[in-house]
Design a protein around this ligand. Structure first.
Ligand SMILES: [Zn+2]
Length: 124
C-alpha cells in the first residue's frame, strides 16, 4: 500500500463506534485482549520487500519537525520506522483505519497500534 492509498483510507468518513482504537493517536501498546479482531479487517501492508543484500528493515525515523516516535503529531512516513513494518487495518463498523506492528523483545512481543490521521501521512 502506498502513502497515497493510506491517506485515502484514513480520509474515509467514519461513523460512531465503540472500538477501542480511536484513542491511539501516538503509538500505543495494545494487548491481544484489547485488539478487537472480530471487527478489524486487514486492508493491506506498508511492508516492502528488502533490497538485495540488506538483512533488516531500516530503523531510521522521520521527524523533520522535531517530533518523537510516540508523538501524536509525528508524521506517518511509510518508508521509515516503524511504518515500514506495519500492516493496515480498518474497523468494519466505523471504518477508522489503524496501523499495527509488533515489537519483539527478549521475553515478550508487544503489539503497537496507531490511528491513521490522514493529515499526517507523507504520501510520496
Ligand atoms: Zn470502530
Amino acid at each position: 500500500m502506498t502513502g497515497a492509498e493510506l491517506k485515502a483510507l484514513g480520509q474515509r468518513k467514519t461513523s460512531a463506534c465503540n472500538c477501542s482504537l480511536k484513542i491511539c493517536d501516538g503509538w500505543e501498546s495494545v494487548s491481544d485482549e484489547r485488539w478487537p479482531a472480530y471487527q478489524l479487517k486487514l486492508e493491506g501492508t506498508l511492508r516492502t520487500p528488502l533490497p538485495e543484500g540488506q538483512m533488516d528493515l531500516s530503523f531510521e525515523e522521520y521527524h523533520p519537525q522535531g517530533t518523537r516516535y510516540d508523538s501524536a503529531n509525528a508524521p506517518i512516513a511509510p518508508p521509515y520506522f516503524p511504518y515500514n513494518r506495519c500492516d493496515v487495518y480498518a474497523c468494519s463498523n466505523c471504518r477508522c483505519a489503524v496501523l499495527k506492528y509488533t515489537e519483539y523483545g527478549g521475553y515478550y512481543v508487544d503489539h503497537r497500534v496507531r490511528r491513521v490521521a490522514p493529515d499526517l501521512v507523507i504520501d510520496n
